[in-house]
Write a protein that binds this ligand. Structure first.
Ligand code: ASP
Ligand code: MG
Length: 470
C-alpha cells in the first residue's frame, strides 16, 4: 500500500455546516481508500476569529457584558454545529464536553483580563487560537463516528514550533520537523488521520502563538514541508483562484494553473485571506497546492505548481481589487538628499504596528507615498506626526477613500508594453491613477485609484487582456 501523505486543509465555510462535515467525510474516505495517508488541517468557522479578537478588545476596555456576549456567540456556533453534524448521542456528548472545557478556560481567563483591563500578546494569541481548536474537535469526532480513526490536535500538539512574534509568528522549520516526526508521524504510521487545528503553534518554551490572519493555510504548507507530503489541498467553498472577483466582473473565470511566483505575488500583495508566507515552506520542495471547491468536487480548481511561467501564454493572469486601504504621504524638501529619512518613517510606522502594502518615492525625493490598511490610518498619522514631522517632514498627507488595483502574471516579466496596456485601459474609462508601483519581480503592477473607480478599473483591465477567454 502506498504511504504517500496528502494534506487536506478545510476552510472556514467547509467546517461551518453539517453538510460541509458530510462532504469532508466523503473525500477523506475516498483519499484513504486510494491508499493515501492524510493529515487534515482545519480553519475556524467563518467569523469566529474576528469575534475572538473583538473579545480581546472588549476585555481591554473592561466591557464585561460584551465579553460574555462574544464568548456565548462562539460557544453557540460550535454547540449547534456539534448537534447538527454528529449523529450519535455519545459522540455529541463527548464533543460537547470538550467544547465546554475549552470555552470554560476562555471564560476564566477573560474574567481576570476584563477586571484588569489588560490583554497581553500571549493571552490574545491563546484566545484567537481556539476557533480552530473547536473546529478540530468536531471534525475529528465526525470522522471517528464514521469509522475513520482520527484524533484532534492543537497546532502545538501536532508539533508546530514558532518564534515569539505573537500575532504573526514564524515557524521554526527545523524544530517543527523534529517535533512533527515525533508527534504526528507515529499517528499517521498507525493509520490514524490527525485533525490539526490550523493557525496556531507554540514557542520552544510552550507559549501558544498564532501565525497571522489566514494562517490555517500556512499550517497546511508547514506540515506538508515537514512531512515531505505529496500535495496540499486547500478545500474551500469557491472554485479556485479567479481572474477577477466575480462580484465585480461576471465573466471572471477560474485560473487553471499558477506558478509559485505568481501565487506568492498574489499572497504577498493582493489577495486578502491568502497568507503572505503560505508558499514559503513548500516552494523550494516543489510540493503542489490545489485549491478546490468542497461543494463542487467535479471542478478542477486552481493548481499552484512549480513551472516555467515565462512559457505561459497568458501574460496577465488576474486583476485584484484591494479595498479598505488608505494613501499616506510624507512631504518636505527637508527630505531631499538626506539619508535615513525613509528609514525613520518606516521605523515609526513599524513601531505603531502599521502594515505597509505599497511604497513609492518620487525621484525628487521630496515625497514618500505609501498605501496602508485603512484601519491603521489614525495610528499611522499620529506616529508620523509625533516622530518625523517638523525638521525632516513638513507635511503628512492622507486620503482614506482609495483602493488598489493589482495586476498579476509572471508573463509580464520582460514583456514590453504591458504597463502601457494596463494604463491605456484605465485611462479609456477616464479614471485617474494616483500612484503606481511595480515590484522588481515584474510579476505585479499595482496602482491606486479613487475608491469609487476601483471596480470599473478592474473590468477595464479584465477586458483589455481578454481574461474572460478560456
Ligand atoms: N481563522 C484564522 C483567520 O481567520 C485563520 C484562517 O482562517 O486561516 O485568520
Ligand atoms: Mg479565516
Amino acid at each position: 500500500m502506498s504511504s504517500r501523505i496528502l494534506i487536506y486543509k478545510f476552510g472556514e465555510r467547509c467546517v461551518a455546516t453539517a453538510e460541509g462535515m458530510e462532504r469532508i467525510v466523503d473525500i477523506v474516505r475516498d483519499a484513504l481508500s486510494r491508499g493515501y495517508r492524510l493529515v487534515v488541517v482545519v480553519a475556524a468557522v467563518e467569523g469566529v476569529t474576528d469575534r475572538l479578537l473583538s473579545l480581546c478588545r472588549e476585555m481591554e476596555l473592561g466591557v464585561e457584558d460584551r465579553v460574555g456576549g462574544h464568548i456565548n456567540w462562539v460557544r453557540e456556533v460550535y454547540v449547534k454545529l456539534a448537534m447538527e453534524a454528529l449523529g450519535s448521542i455519545e459522540a455529541r456528548e463527548a464533543a460537547l464536553k470538550r467544547i465546554e472545557a475549552v470555552v470554560g478556560e476562555v471564560r476564566s481567563i477573560s474574567y481576570t483580563c476584563v477586571k484588569l483591563r489588560e490583554v497581553t500578546a500571549k493571552v490574545r494569541d491563546y484566545i484567537a487560537s481556539i476557533g480552530e481548536v473547536l473546529s478540530a474537535i468536531i471534525v475529528s469526532s465526525k470522522l471517528t463516528e464514521e469509522g475513520i480513526d482520527s484524533v484532534a490536535l492543537a497546532g502545538w500538539e501536532a508539533g508546530i514550533v514558532t518564534d515569539g512574534r505573537f500575532g504573526d509568528a514564524n515557524p521554526l522549520i527545523e524544530n517543527t520537523r523534529v517535533e512533527v516526526s515525533k508527534r504526528l508521524k507515529p499517528l499517521i504510521d498507525r493509520g490514524i488521520t490527525p485533525v490539526v487545528a490550523g493557525f496556531s503553534g507554540a514557542t520552544i518554551d510552550g507559549c501558544i502563538t498564532t501565525l497571522g490572519r489566514g494562517g490555517a493555510d500556512y499550517t497546511a504548507t508547514i506540515l506538508a514541508a515537514c512531512l515531505d507530503s505529496d500535495e496540499v489541498y486547500l478545500w474551500t467553498h469557491v472554485d479556485g483562484i479567479m481572474t477577477a472577483d466575480p462580484m465585480i466582473e461576471r465573466r471572471a473565470r477560474t485560473i487553471d494553473k499558477l506558478s509559485y511566483e505568481e501565487a506568492i505575488e498574489l499572497a504577498r500583495f493582493s489577495v486578502k485571506g491568502l497568507h503572505p508566507r503560505v508558499f514559503d515552506p513548500i516552494a523550494s520542495r516543489g510540493i503542489p497546492v490545489r485549491v478546490r471547491n468542497l461543494f463542487d468536487t467535479g471542478k478542477h480548481g486552481t493548481s499552484i505548481e512549480p513551472g516555467r511561467p515565462e512559457v505561459d501564454r497568458r501574460i496577465v493572469k488576474t486583476v485584484v481589487l484591494i479595498r479598505d486601504v488608505a494613501l499616506l504621504a510624507v512631504e518636505g524638501t527637508g527630505m531631499v538628499g538626506l539619508p535615513g529619512v525613509a528609514a525613520k518613517v518606516f521605523e515609526a510606522l513599524g513601531r505603531a504596528g502599521v502594515n505597509i502594502l505599497m511604497i513609492s518615492q518620487s525621484s525628487s525625493e521630496a515625497n514618500i507615498t505609501m498605501v496602508i490598511d485603512r484601519g491603521s490610518l489614525d495610528r499611522a498619522v499620529a506616529a508620523l506626526e509625533s516622530s518625523v514631522t517638523g525638521l525632516l517632514v513638513s507635511r503628512v498627507y492622507y486620503e482614506p477613500d482609495i483602493c488598489v488595483v493589482s495586476v498579476v502574471g509572471a508573463g509580464m516579466r520582460g514583456t514590453p508594453g504591458v504597463a502601457a496596456k494596463v494604463f491605456r485601459a484605465v485611462a479609456s474609462k477616464g479614471i485617474n491613477v494616483r500612484m503606481i508601483a511595480q515590484g522588481s519581480s515584474e510579476y505585479n503592477i499595482s496602482f491606486v485609484v479613487k475608491e469609487e473607480d476601483g471596480e470599473e478599473a478592474v473590468r477595464a483591465i479584465h477586458d483589455e487582456f481578454k481574461l474572460y477567454e478560456d
